[in-house]
Design a protein around this ligand. Structure first.
Ligand SMILES: CC(C)(COP(=O)(O)OP(=O)(O)OC[C@H]1O[C@@H](n2cnc3c(N)ncnc32)[C@H](O)[C@@H]1OP(=O)(O)O)[C@@H](O)C(=O)NCCC(=O)NCCS
Length: 189
């Protein structure tokens, strides 16, 4: 395995294992949705309504992932998963060349809450940027992050993202949140 695609990860709690970044398939829909919901519950507490996080987020994320994986392979967003040993520890989802000005949209990047700070987010972001360099017409990548998500913002800034704009976004029905856009040049990082 390419060494740039490995990282020390204590994903199972005790064992040090290497992490591989590989394409996700429709069979991953349920486990990716569960990780996505767990990450939202852990990260967005206090930022999204408790009722949504306690009772609706699992269904909401499962609907999203089932819809995405029902698309033909050609029109589906790029979805990469991080596997540490046999365990899913993170995923990234991107729309290549989504925007004429800002390039590829990194729509989601989540590491399992008990596997953060071990380099898995960096591996996933690096793998998406590599794909932008190979497949994108534009060599830019952008993403939106909650203004209040300081940990993720620190991560993106350290990885070379440049803040470039703000917006109020309806993240879930009837809930508007302040978000910040970060832009990456795929050749700089
Ligand atoms: C933001 C996020 C994707 C970053 O992923 P990550 O795997 O935690 O990121 P990395 O490990 O690559 O780098 C982050 C941290 O690990 C440290 N680190 C990196 N590689 C490391 C390694 N091999 N060993 C130990 N620490 C390491 C970094 O110094 C950094 O520290 P900090 O977070 O305490 O400041 C992740 O924290 C996450 O999923 N957060 C919740 C969801 C979220 O906010 N997603 C973004 C939505 S826009």
């Amino acid at each position: 395995m390419d060494s740039s695609r490995q990282a020390s990860a204590q994903a199972a709690g005790v064992r040090l294992v290497s992490t591989a970044i590989v394409p996700a398939t429709p069979e991953d829909a349920t486990s990716i949705a569960a990780l996505h919901a767990a990450s939202w519950r852990s990260t967005y507490r206090g930022l999204l309504p408790d009722l949504f996080l306690d009772e609706e987020v699992d269904r909401n994320r499962l609907d999203l992932w089932q819809r995405r994986f029902e698309l033909d392979e050609g029109s589906r967003p790029l979805t990469l998963k991080a596997m540490s040993g046999g365990t899913l520890t993170g995923f990234a989802c991107a729309l290549i060349d989504d925007d004429a000005e800002w390039g590829t949209l990194l729509d989601n990047l989540h590491v399992r809450p008990d596997a953060t700070s071990r380099g898995i987010g960096k591996l996933l972001l690096g793998a998406v940027l590599a794909r932008v360099r190979e497949a994108g017409v534009s060599k830019r990548l952008h993403l939106w992050v909650l203004d209040a998500n300081t940990r993720a913002r620190r991560f993106y800034e350290r990885e070379g993202g440049v803040e470039s704009g703000t917006a109020s976004v309806e993240l879930i029905p009837d809930v508007h949140v302040a978000e910040v856009r970060y832009v990456f040049d795929a050749y700089v990082r």
